[in-house]
Design a protein around this ligand. Structure first.
Ligand SMILES: Cc1ncc(COP(=O)(O)O)c(C=O)c1O
Length: 410
C-alpha cells in the first residue's frame, strides 16, 4: 500500500490504525492453494494471527478453513461462514465449555480437536460421552526437533521437547492406548507445528519428517485421513525470507510422497504468511525529543498496539507515511507506554520527522495481541480493496476503558 493511500485510509478513523490490503491477502491464499496442484489438501488459517472478520471472510471465501485456539475463535470462525468440519482446534488447556462447543458445532462437530496431551484424551472422551456425540480428534505431536534446528526466536519455537505443546513422540503409544479406551473419539489425523517465522524450509521439513515417519507407524494399526504439518511460513520483515509459502508446501508434499503417504491429505495451518505483509500500523509522531546527540521520535502507538518488538525483539520497517523521504538521519522510534521495551528501534526518518508513520508488516500478531495497557485505547482498523476503504472500525475511546474498569466496582 502506498503512503498516499495509507494517509487517506486513516483520515476518517485517525491514528493509531491498522490498515489491511484485502486483495493482497486474497491473492496470497490463491498462490498457496495453487502450490498444492491436484493434491488433496486443506488450508486451516491460524485465526490467532488476525481475527478481523473481514480478513477471516476474505480467506474463507478462497476455500480455506480455520485453525482456532479458543472457543471464541471457534465461534468467530463459524460466524464468518466457515463450516464446522473445516475447523481444527489446537490448544494445551481447552476448557470443558470450549470442548463442548467444538464437539457440538455444525451437524457433526468440528473437523478435529487437536489433542495436546495424553491427559486431555480422557477429558474430551468424557465431554463427548456426556453430550452423546462422537468427536473427531487429531494427535498433535511434538516433533522433538532440537531448538537450535528450529532456527527461530525461542518464544515462537514450539516443536522442541521442552515446549508445553503436543504429545511427545515417546508418548504416542500411550495416547493411542488411551484412544482405544475412548469410544466417543475418532482419530482422523496427526498434526505437528514446529514454530513460527521460519525463513527457510529446513526446520519445517525437519518437523514434517518426524510427523510423516510417525504416520507410517500409526497407519499399521489405525486409519488416518490426513497429516497436518502446521504453520510457521515466514515473511520478510526487512532482512529477507528465502522461502515463499508455496516453497513450504512443495517441500512438505515431497516429504509426504517420500514417506509413501499419498493416500493422506496434507493440511497446513499458516497464519502470519497470509496476513503479515498485508497490514500496516499507521501512527502519528507526537513529538521529537533531542538530548545532545540522542534523538527520539515519540509516537501515539506503541507496544500496546504492536507487541512483537517488546515480546520477541522483532524489528519492523518504519517510514514516514505522508511526506517524502527526508534523508538518512536515524531516530530512535518509541511509543507512549511506560515501559522501556516500548521501543521500535532505530530508523532513518531524516532531518525533521513529523506527521504519520507507517509501521510495515504488522498484519499478523498485531491487533490480535493488542491490549489496553496504560489505559490506551485499542487501535482502529481499516480494510482496503481496489484502492478504496471498504470497511473500518473506529478506535475504542478512553470513556469505554474507564467504564470497563469501573464495571466491577461497588
Ligand atoms: C498450532 C499452531 N498452528 C498454526 C500456527 C500459526 O503459525 P504461523 O503464524 O507462524 O503460520 C500457530 C502459531 O502459533 C500454532 O500454534
Amino acid at each position: 500500500m502506498n503512503p498516499i493511500l495509507l494517509a487517506e485510509a486513516v483520515k476518517s478513523v485517525g491514528t493509531p490504525a491498522y490498515v489491511y490490503d484485502l486483495d493482497a491477502i486474497r491473492d496470497g491464499v490463491r498462490a498457496l492453494k495453487a502450490a498444492f496442484g491436484t493434491e488433496r489438501h486443506h488450508i486451516a488459517y491460524a485465526v490467532k494471527a488476525n481475527s478481523a472478520a473481514e480478513i477471516v471472510r476474505t480467506i474463507a471465501r478462497e476455500g480455506a478453513g480455520a485453525d482456532v485456539v479458543s472457543g471464541a475463535e471457534l465461534g468467530l470462525s463459524l460466524a464468518c461462514g466457515i463450516a464446522a468440519e473445516r475447523i481444527v482446534y489446537s490448544g494445551v488447556a481447552k476448557r470443558d465449555d470450549e470442548l463442548d462447543r467444538a464437539i457440538s458445532s455444525g451437524t457433526d462437530g468440528i473437523g478435529a480437536i487437536q489433542v495436546e496431551s495424553v491427559e486431555e484424551i480422557a477429558r474430551i472422551e468424557a465431554r463427548a460421552a456426556f453430550m452423546g456425540w462422537k468427536a473427531r480428534v487429531s494427535l498433535r505431536i511434538n516433533p522433538g526437533v532440537e531448538l537450535e534446528d528450529l532456527s527461530t526466536h525461542a518464544h515462537i519455537a514450539t516443536g522442541h521437547d521442552e515446549a508445553k505443546f503436543g504429545v511427545p513422540i515417546t508418548d504416542v503409544s500411550r495416547a493411542l492406548a488411551a484412544l482405544s479406551r475412548a469410544p466417543h473419539l475418532v482419530l482422523v489425523g496427526l498434526t505437528a507445528h514446529g514454530g513460527s517465522q521460519f525463513t527457510t524450509t529446513a526446520p519445517y521439513v525437519a518437523s514434517a519428517k518426524a510427523l510423516f515417519a510417525l504416520a507410517r507407524e500409526v497407519l499399521k494399526t489405525h486409519k488416518l485421513d490426513y497429516v497436518d504439518a502446521g504453520g510457521g511460513f515466514g515473511i520478510d520483515y526487512g532482512d529477507g525470507c528465502e522461502a515463499t509459502p508455496a516453497d513450504f508446501v512443495r517441500a512438505a508434499l515431497e516429504e509426504k510422497k517420500a514417506h509413501g503417504l499419498d493416500a493422506l491429505a496434507l493440511y497446513v495451518e499458516p497464519g502470519r504468511a497470509l496476513v503479515g505483509s498485508h497490514g500496516v500500523l499507521v501512527g502519528r509522531i507526537i513529538q521529537q525529543k533531542v538530548v545532545s546527540d540522542r534523538r527520539w521520535v515519540m509516537l501515539d502507538t506503541g507496544m500496546n498496539d504492536l507487541m512483537r518488538p517488546a515480546l520477541y525483539g522483532a524489528k519492523h520497517r518504519i517510514e514516514l507515511a505522508d511526506r517524502a523521504h527526508q534523508g538518512d538521519r536515524a531516530w530512535r522510534v518509541v511509543g507512549p507506554v511506560c515501559e522501556s521495551s516500548d521501543d521500535f528501534g532505530e530508523h532513518a526518518l531524516g532531518e525533521n520527522p513529523e506527521g504519520l508513520v507507517a509501521i510495515r508488516d504488522a498484519g499478523a500478531y498485531g491487533y490480535s495481541m493488542a491490549s489496553r495497557y496504560n489505559g490506551r485505547a485499542l487501535p482502529a482498523e481499516v480494510f482496503v480493496s481496489e484502492g478504496k476503504v471498504i470497511a473500518a472500525r473506529a478506535r475504542d475511546d478512553d470513556e469505554a476503558w474507564i467504564k470497563d474498569r469501573l464495571a466491577a466496582g461497588r
